[in-house]
Design a protein around this ligand. Sequence first.
Ligand code: NAD
Ligand code: WQD
Length: 338
Amino acid sequence: MQKILVTGGTGYIGSHTIVDLIQKGYDVVSVDNGVNSNISVLESIADIVGRSVVHFDGDLCDLSFCERIWAEHPDIEGIIHFAALKSVGESVEKPLIYFRNNIDSLINVLDLGQRYGAKAFVFSSSCTVYGDVKESPVTEFTPLQAAASPYGRTKQIGEQIVEDTLKDAKMKGILLRYFNPAGAHPSGKIGEAPSQIAQNLVPVITETAIGKRTKMMVYGSDYPTRDGSCVRDYIHVCDLASAHTLALSQMLSGAQTTSVDVFNLGIGQGLTVLEVIKAFEAESGVSLQYEIGARRPGDVGAIYSDNAKAQQVLGWSPQFDAKDIMRTAWAWEKSRSK
Ligand code: NAD
Ligand code: WQD
């Protein structure tokens, strides 16, 4: 069994990816410092896959901690690097914390991976690297623009660090640019459980529906879109997870000829905020309390992906749609609120 290190393994996308990797026959080592997740997620993963996962609890910015992981697991063949801080607003207030955490941890993991001869490295990037796009769908060739936040800049810099480090190296790299991850595992056992207050649309919707919030705001109704609210590309977290497994296998099988490749991961269609709300209401039967408010600073009016490259090269095809996202996100909200 090929051994894969998953950093940010108890986080939202990391936990779903661990499940997918194990179910597809990989051996997984997880690492997380719990800054935005709970170690109890490991029990839920074990419940789903039927066995426990080796886990290291510590900070990847600490090089000696990273060295301990590799000393115990010198045979790590692939790395999926999810660990990062991801709050856009917080990154504006505390940019150095974001640069230090997201860049130092990346450098350490790349360094150890190379020293111990890992063959594949997947980096969690984001559609935020495209900046304030004027047209969608965006392809991997759409030029990147200035990032709107220090968080976004850590993703742009991170991509460059991976490209520079792996140029002509034995270890191959893949940059995965996620659009808007949402939904939860169909088992209802894992989902998004941030330590901080939810800011992303789908968890805000489910928290409103369950009564954790009295109402929610729709940020802006005067964008040049179908109904005036923003358009985004919501991709189910299990579809993201399967793309990571495919990306690893692409590199580990020797099929990737370039040093580093890049893929958009989105469903390839845009939904407005009001359409998302309607989809949730239809799926859950709950009528949402919402108000139309002002635009949120920094929001792009519309962005959605062209995902043809991931479909063609990785053989990936999203299996879940907006209804599945709403159904699984709602089931998860109900189960974690018990
Ligand atoms: P998450 O916060 O749920 O998971 C990230 C995990 O990394 C957390 O469990 C956190 O505790 C851990 N972590 C952070 N810094 C660490 C450190 N120094 N050492 C060890 N562990 C550390 O976030 P997520 O939604 O699962 O995102 C995973 C990755 O995908 C991140 O890199 C994020 O920037 C990127 N991404 C997320 C989204 C999204 O909307 N969720 C979109 C695009 C890209
Ligand atoms: C989606 C839409 C809001 C909350 C963020 C990051 C991006 C990437 C994905 C990490 C927008 C609207 C939201 C609410 C609302 N993350 N909204 N009311 O901003 O597209 O992307 O997550 O890399 O970098 O910026 O996602 O879920 O916050 O917002 O009307 O209470 O929902 O205005 O149009 P966003 P989001």
